[in-house]
Design a binder for this molecule. Sequence first.
Ligand SMILES: Nc1ncnc2c1ncn2[C@@H]1O[C@H](COP(=O)(O)OP(=O)(O)OP(=O)(O)O)[C@@H](O)[C@H]1O
Ligand SMILES: [Mg+2]
Length: 237
Amino acid sequence: MTLQLQDVSFSMHNKNILQHISGRFIKGKITTLVGPSGAGKTTLLKLCNGLISPTAGTIMLNNKALTAIEPTVLRREVGMALQAAPMITGTVFDNLQLPRKLAGQQLTKDEAAASLASVGLTTDLLDQQADELSGGQRQRVSIARTLINKSSVLLLDEITSALDRIAVAEIEELIVELNKAYGVTIIWITHNLQQAISLSHEVWVMIDGELVQTGAPTILTTPTNERVRQFVEGGLA
Ligand SMILES: Nc1ncnc2c1ncn2[C@@H]1O[C@H](COP(=O)(O)OP(=O)(O)OP(=O)(O)O)[C@@H](O)[C@H]1O
Ligand SMILES: [Mg+2]
């Protein structure tokens, strides 16, 4: 699945939040979105799975405008995981089953166990209450739940920022593995520039609602763009 933005702008309450964003996320690769707080990163992700719609411009999934794709199909193809990894009250199994339930289908215990295994968790967690999970386990279950739909694009919004260093390293490893094993296209917002530098195939730098530069992680390590340089010097200090 190719996800592409064509001159996308988004405004709300007469305020321009995103301005003329064009680009294509590389299929089967990891793209990180970095930029100062308020740059519009989360807004861009929400546009990518149709939670909100552009004020102008078009977003295409496999050359088809998102507006022409059935919402349930779109949610299945483009999954999203968030920093807080929100869980419903109930067991891990209840949470894994949620995307199927919403689609009027059931999840078998075997499928649930396989999905836990794919994020490095053991089957005995299936009956555990979701609110008893550690932060790292919770984030893994959240990712597993997103993957129940076999999404071809995975949107990640600061999924490691509430975790300790060891859990961060484990989740990073997991995302890289999922990307390699299933060829999932990953679009990952992070405030951790080292993470962006070490894990991404491509980096998008957003500042003040604009896509300032895209390219290999070297655009962060040896910035050639003045605005990117200023951002990196602030961010890495
Ligand atoms: N529902 C909303 N109503 C009004 N303004 C909003 C809304 N959502 C976002 N904004 C504004 O849009 C801009 C971009 O917000 P966004 O959350 O996309 O930034 P971000 O890059 O994800 O920031 P952060 O790194 O802090 O998460 C901000 O100025 C924000 O105040
Ligand atoms: Mg955000």
